[in-house]
Design a binder for this molecule. Structure first.
Ligand SMILES: C[S@@+](CC[C@H](N)C(=O)[O-])C[C@H]1O[C@@H](n2cnc3c(N)ncnc32)[C@H](O)[C@@H]1O
Length: 219
């Protein structure tokens, strides 16, 4: 991740402002609402879960949603201040512990959680090898399901960005190709079940659900 962006997330003001954006900005509220609809589709497919790791959890935006679908939720983030804000707001009740950790190198044994969710992180990771490593790491720790978002290379938004690039010199988006997600999933013993787009026009984000193929060793 760009060190400046990471430093911002890992500061009291950055953590507060991320939380406030979802309370005050219309486009954030709208995308939050659409995301929740996508999650309902995803959770219809998985059914109730025994355990879920939410990393990065940020300010706990999706905590309530995840807790409705999983008996045990662990909230993780690299930002100390995101975790502090989250804990201040929601407290700690024993069923939802907090852990400071990096989602590209998780401090958990293989297949520790029935589901691992990593929302709105992959597109912040600069190098494509790291973005792919992120997906592999989520698969390692997930016993059955991985839910993660990525910025789709083939999205309309990225196509327009690539067309304009020679003129505005903006740096390329940190994208992943869906075909590559399918390959990585296969290599890790998973398959891509669905990857609905947040929006066809306004966003390049996709919400992927990976499911472990049967035949893998049980936990
Ligand atoms: C855009 S926010 C998303 C938060 C939350 N998933 C959501 O959708 O509201 C990105 C989060 O990633 C965290 N982060 C950045 N690099 C990370 C890493 N390597 N491991 C875990 N969290 C990281 C930041 O601290 C920030 O909370």
């Amino acid at each position: 991740m760009d060190p400046q962006v990471l430093a911002r997330y890992n500061s009291p003001e950055g953590a507060r402002s991320y939380r406030d954006e979802y309370r005050t900005k219309l486009h954030r509220k709208l995308s939050d609402r659409i995301e929740r609809r996508l999650f309902e589709r995803i959770f219809r497919r998985t059914g109730p879960l025994e355990s879920l790791l939410d990393i990065p959890c940020g300010c706990g935006r999706l905590r309530g949603l995840f807790r409705r679908h999983a008996e045990r939720v662990v909230e993780g983030d690299w930002s100390f201040f995101m975790l502090c804000g989250n804990r201040e707001e929601y407290g700690e009740d024993g069923t939802t512990p907090y852990v400071r950790a990096s989602a590209v190198s998780l401090p958990f044994a293989d297949r520790s959680f029935e589901c691992v969710a990593s929302i709105r992180l992959n597109h912040h990771i600069d190098e494509v090898e790291e973005r792919e490593r992120h997906v592999r790491e989520l698969c390692r720790v997930a016993d059955r399901y991985v839910i993660f978002t990525y910025f789709s290379f083939h999205s309309l938004k990225n196509l327009l960005r690539r067309i304009r690039r020679p003129f505005n010199k903006k740096k390329p988006k940190a994208a992943l190709r869906t075909g590559r997600v399918v390959e990585i999933a296969r290599e890790e013993g998973f398959r891509l079940v669905m990857a609905p787009a947040l929006s066809f026009f306004g966003s390049g984000h996709r919400f992927a659900l990976l499911e472990r193929k049967s035949g893998g060793l049980p936990r």
